[in-house]
Design a protein around this ligand. Structure first.
Ligand code: HEC
Length: 176
C-alpha cells in the first residue's frame, strides 16, 4: 500500500529534476548578446534576440514609421474628420484630431529634421481647428479646415514635394 503511493511521487520528483536540468542546459546553449554602452553611445550593431528574430538597434530604428507613413494616416484621419463633423458626429471628429496629433508626434520623433515644421503647423493650424471642434461649430470648422489643408500643401511645397496635393475626397467614407 505504502510503496504504491510513494512510487508516483518519486517519479514526479525525478521528472522535475530532469526538466529543470534541461531548461538550464537550453539557457546555456543560447547565450544572449549583451548590448553595451560605448564611448559614443549604445552599441547599435549587435543583434538582440526578439520573439521572431534577432535585430540590431539600427534595424529597429530603420523600420519605424517615416513621414510618408505618418502622412498616409494624416490623409485618412482628415478625410474622416471632415465628414464626421459634417454629419454632427463631433466626438468622432475630435477623436480623429487627437489621433492625428499623436501620429504627428511619431513623425517628430522619427524624422527630427521635419520636427520644427510639424510643430509650427500644429500651432498655426491644428490648434485653431481643434478649437472649432470643441465648439462644435460647423461654419468655423469648415473655414479652419480649408485653411489647414492649404497649410498641409504649403508644407509639401516647402519640403520639395509640390506634386503632393492633398484633396478632400468628394464622397464621405464609411464612418466607423
Ligand atoms: C511638416 C511638413 C508637412 C505637413 C505640415 C504636412 N505634410 Fe504631408 N508630407 C510631407 C512630406 C515631407 C511628405 C513626403 C513624404 C516623405 O518625406 O516620405 C508628405 C507626404 C504626404 C502624403 C503622401 C504620402 C504617401 O507616401 O503617399 C500625403 C497624403 C500627405 N502628406 C498628407 C498631408 C495632410 C493631409 C496634411 C495636413 C493635415 C499634411 N500632409 C501635412 C510634409 C508635410
Amino acid at each position: 500500500m505504502e510503496s504504491k503511493t510513494i512510487a508516483p511521487i518519486v517519479i514526479s520528483i525525478v521528472a522535475i529534476i530532469i526538466a529543470v536540468a534541461a531548461l538550464n542546459a537550453s539557457y546555456k546553449t543560447t547565450p544572449v548578446p549583451q548590448v553595451t554602452p560605448t564611448a559614443v553611445g549604445f552599441d547599435n550593431k549587435t543583434p538582440i534576440p526578439t520573439t521572431h528574430n534577432s535585430l540590431t538597434l539600427d534595424q529597429i530604428a530603420g523600420i519605424q514609421p517615416g513621414l510618408g507613413t505618418v502622412m498616409m494616416e494624416y490623409g485618412n484621419r482628415f478625410y474622416i474628420m471632415y465628414y464626421a463633423a459634417k454629419s454632427g458626429n463631433w466626438e468622432l471628429a475630435q477623436y480623429q484630431m487627437k489621433e492625428a496629433l499623436e501620429i504627428q508626434e511619431v513623425g517628430e520623433t522619427t524624422r527630427t529634421g521635419r520636427a520644427a515644421n510639424l510643430k509650427t503647423f500644429e500651432a498655426s493650424y491644428l490648434e485653431p481647428l481643434n478649437a472649432t471642434l470643441n465648439a462644435k461649430d460647423w461654419n468655423t470648422f469648415q473655414a479652419a479646415y480649408n485653411k489647414t489643408i492649404d497649410g498641409c500643401n504649403g508644407c509639401h511645397t516647402l519640403n520639395q514635394f509640390p506634386y503632393i496635393t492633398y484633396t478632400l475626397p468628394s464622397s464621405p467614407p464609411n464612418i466607423p
